[in-house]
Design a protein around this ligand. Structure first.
Ligand SMILES: [Zn+2]
Length: 206
């Protein structure tokens, strides 16, 4: 792609670093930004800047939050003895939308994936295990997507909890194998949380 402007080329290059955005789409988006009122483009730029500068991760559940401990973790009406283990904030949003879960979350920040160089240390697993050792948690619900990486991650955490008096369960697999949680419809997802099965049982059937 030949550009008449270095500034344009630069903006297109940065835009094309986003997932799913090729050079052509990047160019279209950048030209769109140039065409719209200056104030609107600036609002986007400053929203991104504020996000990067000010975003926090809840120091209990690691969910994205504007404050040190998120609203879910500080809500006295939620059951802190049940913790749902998820991959990222999109899963928290999906499960919250079902209205069927009243416990807390633990956001891992990904799944164990040797192929992509993601080991347990890259995730918030040790924080989860430490929390489990504090003794407040009675049940952990694994709600990772049912891929090989998801299963590996569940099993790794399960082994880390050995010797602790914590029940582990996994969301019922009404959700097709490989489906990401965020795409499951609310009714199916809600039901799969209510009908969760003991984790040991899921190991035998797999
Ligand atoms: Zn939190």
């Amino acid at each position: 792609m030949d550009f008449s402007s270095k500034l344009l080329e630069n903006a297109v290059h940065e835009m094309s670093q986003l997932p799913g955005i090729g050079k052509r789409t990047a160019l279209r988006l950048v030209l769109h930004l140039l065409k719209q009122p200056n104030s609107q483009t600036m609002r986007l730029a400053s929203a991104l800047e504020d996000l990067r500068n000010s975003v926090k991760f809840c120091n209990r559940c690691h969910n994205i939050s504007d404050v040190e401990v998120c609203e879910i973790c500080t809500n006295p009406n939620r059951d802190e003895t049940v913790v749902c283990v998820v991959e990222d904030i999109r899963d928290v949003m999906a499960i919250e939308n079902t209205g069927q879960f009243n416990g807390l979350y633990h956001v891992l920040g990904g799944k164990i994936s040797p192929m992509e160089g993601v080991g347990p240390q890259e995730l918030t697993i040790s924080s989860l295990v430490n929390k489990a050792k504090e003794g407040e948690i009675k049940e952990l619900i694994f709600a990772l997507s049912s891929t090989m990486e998801g299963d590996t991650t569940n099993f790794y955490i399960y082994k880390q909890l050995e010797g602790l008096e914590i029940a582990t369960s996994t969301i019922a697999r009404g959700i097709a194998i490989g489906d990401e949680l965020e795409y499951a419809d609310e009714v199916t997802l809600g039901r799969s949380i209510l009908n969760r099965i003991p984790f040991e049982k899921s190991l035998k059937t797999n």
